[in-house]
Each structure stands twice: as C-alpha cells, then as structure tokens.
Design a protein around this ligand. Structure first.
Ligand SMILES: C[S@@+](CC[C@H](N)C(=O)[O-])C[C@H]1O[C@@H](n2cnc3c(N)ncnc32)[C@H](O)[C@@H]1O
Length: 340
C-alpha cells in the first residue's frame, strides 16, 4: 500500500513519468496495429477467416518457419482482443486494432523518435523472420544499429521508469558499497548511478556483448568521478557465474527476457548467492501480466535470438521469492526490490 501511494505521488509530481507512460500506451496501440497488419500480409487473417487454426496448422499451411514469433504475435493479439484462443485454436473476433491517431503519431515522432525507429527497425525484420526463421533473425545486441536504437529507447519512454528503479537502488546507501549491474549494456544505467550517487561506490557492469561493453566504457570515461570506481566484465549470465567478492547491491534492467525461461530461477539464485547478507537486488523489467496480456513489443522482439519473452508476473515474483526473504513489487512488477 505504501508503495502504491509512493507511486501515485511520483505520478502526480513527475511530469516526465506521465509523458513516458503516455508514450508507452500509444506505442502499445501501434504494436497491435503492426501485428495485425503483419497477420494480413502473411495470409494469417485469410486462413483464420476460413476456420479456426492451431499454430501448427497455420505455420504448415503458410510455410511460416518461426513458430515462436508466430505464437508471440497471436498471443499478443489475443490480449488486444483481435483474436480469440480457445486453448488450442486461434480464430478472429472481428475487432481490428486501429493505428494511432495523427495527434498520437505526432506525439511519438516529435518526442520519442528513437523509440519509433526501434519499432520500425524490428518490424522490418519481423516478416522475414516469420517466413525464414532463425536464418534471417537479427543478432540483437551485437548489432551496432540495434544498440544505438536501444539507447534511444532508454532515453525515450523507458527513461523515467528506470530512473525510479535507480533511485530505489541508491536509497539508503552509506558509501563504499559494491554494486553490480547485470546486463549493463551500453552503460546508461551505470552513468545514471554515477551522476545520482552522493556517495563513493564501486560498480561492476557485466554483459555478454563486447560492443555494448565498449560503448559503456566510452560513456563511463566521459563522466569519470574520482570517488566511483567502475569495472566492466564480459560474461554470459545465462550460464553459471561466480565473482570473487560479494556485492551489497545488484541491479538488472531489461535483462530477464534475455535469460532462457528454464535458466531464470538459477539466475535469481546466483544473484542471491553473490550478495552479502541483507543485500538488495533491484530489477527493472517489462513484465506481462498473463500469457495473453502482453505488453510493449514482446512479439516484435522475437526477431532477436536472445529474447526469450518477458516474464509473466506471478511466475516471475514467485521465482524471485524463493531466493530472497523480502520482495517489494511496484508498478505491476516493472520494478522489484528484493532483499536477501
Ligand atoms: C535490453 S538490453 C538492456 C541493457 C541495459 N541494462 C539497459 O537498461 O539499457 C539487454 C542487455 O542484456 C545483454 N544480455 C543478453 N543476454 C545476456 C547474457 N546471456 N549474459 C549477459 N548479458 C546478456 C545484452 O547484450 C544487452 O546489453
């Protein structure tokens, strides 16, 4: 309850947060429209008009090789009520998702251009990916253009949400703490931690992508602070990992969807093992409320091989609870604060 009130206060006082949430709502409408357009273009709608179909029937009939993408796209449209699912087969509802209005389009293109570019970039590969499968998939976060576009998403609609997570991470620190940023990417969160911290800190950033780490290195150099030490390491977090020291705090921003589903529980366990007693783990993560109530561009991101789907709220929280003694859930799981 206290958290809910805290968020309402944030919502009333933080103009940028209100703007970012509006951009996410508009973008979500856009994703539904794009998904429906793609269904028309690839002949899925025509097939569903004839009769309800299973994923296997659709993919066989239309020679669609990327079943993971097909299912994600249809599930997203079930959540948007354009398609029905009876437990086995998909059928049409008659509702056609509308594109955004001109005013909404204008809002996004003038204020969140990067986020729009990111969507169109991946949409461009989505059709290919459906037809040709993994061969035509993108490399994701080792692709320079994808990295740069991701950065503009982070200064766009996700900015103020992650900012709240960073504030939660820094709250109560006394100075000298060791913080690890799992999946630190191009270092935008590390930069923010450095800029916001009033205390000396040691930060370790870990990521699998060398290109991301290189960008992080350049970023950190620019805002160098004598009292904050930063170390960047290349590691695959979906495998076993171990550090020679224990951390006071851990942070992970939009990383969980890159960890394969069957490795996630292991990941939370490893994070807890690498924390000091009472250590704090703050997660900023796009989360689906249910399998069908998908948010954001989850289906679109199925062109990125390392995207394994945003976690589903209940499962996500119960897995984290297994390894942490106290778990606070904010904004329907978008921000989670877990204490060892
Ligand atoms: C969506 S980006 C988020 C980056 C950053 N945390 C942020 O908030 O901007 C996901 C990051 O996870 C990294 N990643 C994906 N799979 C990984 C893995 N198995 N181990 C470590 N990092 C991984 C990617 O390289 C990418 O930098």
């Amino acid at each position: 309850m206290k958290n809910r009130i805290g968020f309402l206060v944030e919502l009333v006082t933080n103009k940028r947060l209100r703007k970012d949430l509006k951009a996410i709502r508009i973008a979500d409408k856009g994703y539904a429209f794009y998904a429906f357009e793609l269904c028309k273009k690839t002949g899925i709608i025509k097939e569903l008009e004839k009769k309800p179909r299973t994923i296997d029937e659709l993919s066989k009939k239309l020679k669609l090789k990327n079943k993971r993408m097909l299912e994600a796209m249809l599930d997203f449209l079930v959540g948007k009520k354009a398609i029905k699912f009876d437990g086995q087969q998909y059928s049409l509802t008659g509702y056609i998702p509308l594109p955004f209005s001109l005013a909404e389009q204008d809002f996004v293109t003038t204020q969140y251009k990067g986020a729009e570019d990111w969507t169109l970039f991946f949409y461009g590969f989505a059709e290919d990916s459906l037809h040709y499968g993994s061969k035509h998939e993108r490399t994701g976060f080792d692709d320079q253009q994808a990295i740069e576009l991701w950065d503009s998403v982070m200064v766009g609609p996700l900015y103020s949400l992650r900012q709240i997570a960073v504030k939660k991470l820094l709250k109560g620190l006394k100075g000298g703490e060791k913080i690890i940023d799992y999946g630190c990417g191009s270092g935008t969160a590390i930069t923010e931690i450095i800029e916001r911290s009033e205390k000396p800190l040691e930060i370790i950033g870990v990521d699998i992508s060398s290109k991301m780490l290189k960008m992080a290195e350049q970023r950190v150099k620019i805002i160098k602070r004598e009292d904050i030490k930063v170390k960047l390491l290349k590691k695959d977090l979906s495998k076993k990992f171990y550090f020679e020291l224990l951390f006071d705090c851990a942070f992970a921003s939009i990383l969980i969807n890159h960890i394969p589903q069957n490795e996630r529980e292991n990941f939370y366990r490893k994070v807890a093992e690498n924390l000091k007693p009472n250590g704090k783990f703050v997660l900023f993560q796009l989360v689906n409320r249910t399998k069908f109530d998908r948010i954001f561009s989850d289906w679109l991101l199925n062109v990125v091989p390392s995207h394994h789907g945003f976690p589903i709220l209940n499962e996500y929280i119960s897995q984290i609870k297994k390894y942490f003694s106290k778990v606070e859930v904010l904004l329907n799981g978008t921000i989670v604060i877990a204490y060892k």
